[in-house]
Design a protein around this ligand. Structure first.
Ligand code: HEC
Ligand code: HEC
Length: 435
């Protein structure tokens, strides 16, 4: 009798386990290998597209920052970081709100509006258009100015597969547990491939995108000047010789932007320095990291939605390789005011295309973009040991300086860091160097 009951329980238990398959850790390595989303040959081909150097005849420019995604996302593996920073500007309007800049080009004969990015390169004047002065330069009126460092894309497929609700819960939970001192802001942002739908932003220093495909379309236009199906309008028609969109589908029906998104989705997460992580000092530092509250924002572990879950407004279904995976980003992907904010709000037309400004987007709020003007997404610390410059502006050259710059919501945590004994601070830094 007893055995039957026991056996019954075993069956029920294993049944429950089958219903809730165990979450496994996301693969992590800087080895350029696929995480299993596609086979290695497909991943290598997608990487080639990501690394391709575009020329004027391919649609590069008229205004641009670099010729290839890899130029800014390369270290220590393709898709990683770089030292390249971008320039963003704007000004305060009379109503106390952030306003996008007006940047005159071509000796004032044209004005670029609707974006905060200032492109640092241009294809003109050239032989075909010797008299067009295209280069953007910042006028005195645009007195809010910042650099923004490039970001690592490695492991971002796991980030994309985190359900919106998990980030909403995280924001609510941290606000409750700190009695309102630390409350991450969630931003609903347009999913370009699901017109009218939004998702919880998680990519970019300002959480300006929720989808890697949307980000790729934004980057292709704004970094390289290449129009595509999701963002079909050029920034300027001056000096433009290549027909639109510059980005047309291959024989497989995929555009470059689809290859970029798939490349990023198939990357492995940044790995730990396992030798250093095992040392007693690093483990002591790891405990202190949690004890003084760094982990409130630099969240250790997130979980992706199960395979088969629809995300990105229904436009993407979480595949097996990305489903039910635990990963360790040391970030909450939420916006915080830690006193470093650059004052710049997300520009609608720039990131989501001109057509987006006339469409209605579910849960989208212009006011939320303004509220976030002085906030920055928590920098995920996975792979931070590979970064030579820190913080959105790249202005911190040491970990200690980056930590000391945290004020605002992080003020009490920074104060606790300051009060650690010197050997404890050293242990915490050793832990950070193992990430
Ligand atoms: C000139 C440098 C540059 C080039 C070229 C560039 N990027 Fe970026 N990328 C950046 C910067 C800077 C950021 C951070 C931007 C911000 O949030 O303001 C970024 C952020 C990203 C992010 C968000 C990552 C995250 O985890 O938040 C993605 C995705 C991305 N880029 C994809 C691409 C793709 C795809 C291409 C090629 C079409 C590309 N980038 C080309 C500089 C560049
Ligand atoms: C209130 C949330 C919050 C807390 C608490 C917090 N951080 Fe941060 N952290 C951020 C944000 C936001 C940024 C990005 C700021 C910027 O770029 O201007 C950041 C950036 C960093 C960076 C720079 C990483 C890079 O790649 O540029 C490091 C290092 C860092 N934090 C470590 C810590 C440590 C250590 C603690 C605890 C002593 C801590 N943080 C506490 C939100 C927080």
């Amino acid at each position: 009798m007893k055995t039957t009951v026991l056996m019954g329980m075993v069956i029920i238990l294993s049944g429950a386990l089958a219903l809730f398959p165990q979450n496994t850790d996301a693969p992590a390595a800087f080895d350029g290998q696929t995480n299993g989303l596609v086979d290695q040959a497909t991943h290598a081909a997608d990487q080639d597209t990501f690394e391709e150097v575009e020329e004027i005849s391919d649609g590069l420019g008229p205004l641009y920052n670099a010729q290839s995604c890899r130029e800014c996302h390369q270290s220590p593996a393709s898709g990683g970081i770089s030292q390249i920073a971008e320039l963003r500007v704007g000004h305060w309007g009379a109503n106390g709100q952030f306003e996008n800049p007006s940047i005159p080009i071509n000796d004032g004969k044209a004005v670029i509006t609707g974006r905060t990015l200032v492109n640092l390169r241009a294809i003109c004047p050239n032989a075909a258009f010797p008299d067009i002065e295209l280069q953007e330069r910042v006028p005195n009126s645009e007195n809010i100015r910042t650099d923004r460092l490039s970001l690592s894309l490695l492991g971002d497929g796991f980030v994309e597969a985190v359900p919106d609700q998990a980030l909403l819960d995280l924001a609510r939970g941290q606000c409750r547990s700190t009695l309102g001192r630390i409350c991450g802001q969630v931003l609903y942002v347009p999913i370009l491939e699901a017109p009218g739908k939004t998702g919880v932003g998680r990519f970019g220093w300002k959480d300006q995108h929720a989808s890697l495909l949307s980000f790729s379309a934004d980057a292709y236009l704004n970094e390289m000047g290449i129009t595509n199906k999701l963002i079909p309008d050029e920034v300027t028609l001056l000096c433009n010789t290549v027909s639109e969109p510059n980005n047309t589908p291959d024989s497989d029906g995929l555009e470059d932007t689809d290859h970029f998104a798939r490349f990023v989705r198939a990357t492995k997460a940044p790995p730990r320095d396992t030798a250093l992580a095992k040392t007693a000092e690093s483990q002591e530092g790891s405990k202190l990291f949690d004890k003084i509250g760094c982990d409130t924002c630099h969240v250790r572990t997130l979980l992706t939605a199960p395979a088969g879950t629809a995300v990105n407004g229904g436009a993407f279904t979480v595949p097996d390789a990305l489903g039910s995976k635990q990963f360790h980003p040391f970030g909450d992907f939420l916006l915080h005011d830690v006193g470093t904010g650059d004052g710049i709000a997300v520009a609608m037309a720039e990131h989501y295309g001109k057509a987006a400004t006339t469409r209605t987007w579910m849960k989208f709020s212009y006011q939320d973009l303004q509220t976030a003007a002085n906030k920055v997404r928590t920098a995920p610390l996975w792979g931070v040991r590979t970064h030579s410059r820190l913080m959105h502006d790249g202005a911190s050259l040491t970990l200690t300086n980056a930590i000391r710059r945290h004020q605002g919501e992080a003020r009490r945590v920074t104060e606790k860091f300051r009060r650690l004994k010197p050997e404890q601070r050293e242990a915490l830094l050793t832990f950070l160097k193992s990430l």
